[in-house]
Design a protein around this ligand. Structure first.
Ligand code: NDP
Length: 366
């Protein structure tokens, strides 16, 4: 069968490409219902993965591109069939307001830029899809929520694991009582950051922090969705094995603990200086779940006391963009939320972990 991707490849170099693609999309819309039309903002490494995965989406597609690199606008425009009239720079993208082919803008830039860009997207009256971390502080996250609420647009975060099948199976088992009472979560999230000093992940202003905002957030998020409670307190200790590479404001390694209302606790490691750390372990009075890998692009694998987790792997970003379309177009909420409030919960915990690490004190969460 000829897929949309095959057609795009065949048509990319043809002058007929755009009219034909419009017809194709119109047919698809007519046959399958509405499609969320998305502009990608920031065409970097993760955006490449998202764009590729979106070719298999049935309810979302790329209709706009925003970039600071003109050559990318040209090559991505040709590859994904986005006409020049829907390509923008960072200076011009407020004009998406007047583009009826764009419903939502997906922010895929460095963390420190998310908030200001989200405010501009909301002001342009388009839905905001934003990569994790949604922002770099809870105050920024709250500003984004308020701006989207005022503009009456949705704010959704790229929490792809909230839609992942084996993760959802563990959540289903926990809700069914298969693990008994929750006692303990362990989240180990890290990799050796090989990026050069010029990379935004090594720039405090652009990254907003270090490993905690980049990968530690998966352990925080995992603790919350697997235990199924919101933490009441945090403690944290920061260590640096390589202070030469990780300067002030760029956390290399943080061990943190979360305490939950039921008495369950989480013990987590976040690092930019160790490889092979991609593991969640959940322990209850009657059973356990272990996910490894737990946060990377998958297949997410693992087992519980009753055997291996066997749900089929589907590219995370494909499922995520279709789920985002379901929220925006049909008001259909996923089992684990992916909205701005969910992003804000993680940011409040991140603020508290940084405070606990700096002060050496336990920090209570309200
Ligand atoms: P990249 O550095 O690969 O891409 C970022 C892109 O942002 C650049 O290519 C550039 O695109 C644009 N950009 C705009 N301003 C700047 C600037 N001042 N400095 C650098 N880049 C700029 O980063 P990633 O793709 O790895 O990460 C982007 C976001 O995605 C981050 O928030 C990250 O946390 C998140 N992410 C999420 C993942 C997930 O699994 N959910 C995985 C990886 C990243 P252009 O040239 O088009 O302007």
């Amino acid at each position: 069968m000829t897929t949309r991707r095959d057609l795009l490849k065949q048509l990319a170099s043809s002058a007929l490409a755009l009219p034909l693609l419009s017809t194709l999309d119109a047919c698809r819309t007519a046959s399958r219902g509405p499609v969320l039309r998305v502009a990608l903002l920031g065409l970097g490494r993760y955006a490449e993965r998202v764009a590729d995965a979106m070719q298999a989406c049935t309810r979302a597609r790329i209709t706009g591109l925003i970039s600071g690199t003109p050559a990318k606008l040209a090559s991505w425009g040709a590859k994904y069939g986005v006409p020049e009239s829907s390509r923008y720079s960072y200076e011009t993208f407020d004009a998406v307001r007047d583009n009826p082919e764009i419903d939502a803008v997906y922010i895929l830039t460095p963390n420190g830029l998310h908030k200001d860009q989200a405010l501009r997207v909301a002001k342009a009256g388009k839905h905001v899809l934003c990569e994790k971390p949604m922002a770099v502080t809870a105050a920024e996250g709250q500003e984004m929520i308020d701006a989207c609420r005022a503009a009456q647009v949705q704010l959704l975060v790229g929490y792809r694991l909230h839609l992942e099948a084996n993760t959802l199976e563990v959540i289903r088992m926990r809700k069914a009582g298969d693990f008994g009472r929750m006692l303990f979560f362990q989240g180990q999230c890290g990799y050796r950051l090989a990026a050069p000093p010029t990379d935004w992940r090594r720039n405090r202003a652009l990254a907003g922090g270090g490993a905690l905002l980049d990968v530690g957030i998966y352990a925080i998020n995992g603790a919350r969705y697997l235990i199924g409670e919101e933490p009441r307190w945090v403690t944290a200790e920061e260590t640096k094995m390589d202070p030469g590479r990780f300067g002030p404001g760029l956390d290399e390694t943080i061990n943190f603990q979360l305490g939950f209302p039921s008495g369950a606790v989480a013990s987590c490691l976040s690092t930019h200086n160790m490889d092979h750390l991609d593991r969640f372990f959940l322990d209850g009075t009657r059973g356990y779940a272990e996910l490894q890998p737990a946060m990377s692009y998958g297949p997410i694998a693992g087992h519980t006391q009753v055997g291996p987790l066997t749900r089929e792997h589907v590219t995370h970003q494909t499922v995520q963009l279709d789920a985002m379309a379901d929220v925006i177009l049909h008001g259909k909420q996923p089992e684990v939320p992916i909205d701005g409030e969910e992003g804000l919960r993680d940011l409040k915990i991140i603020d508290a972990i940084y405070l606990a690490a700096r002060s050496g004190r336990r920090v209570d969460l309200t």
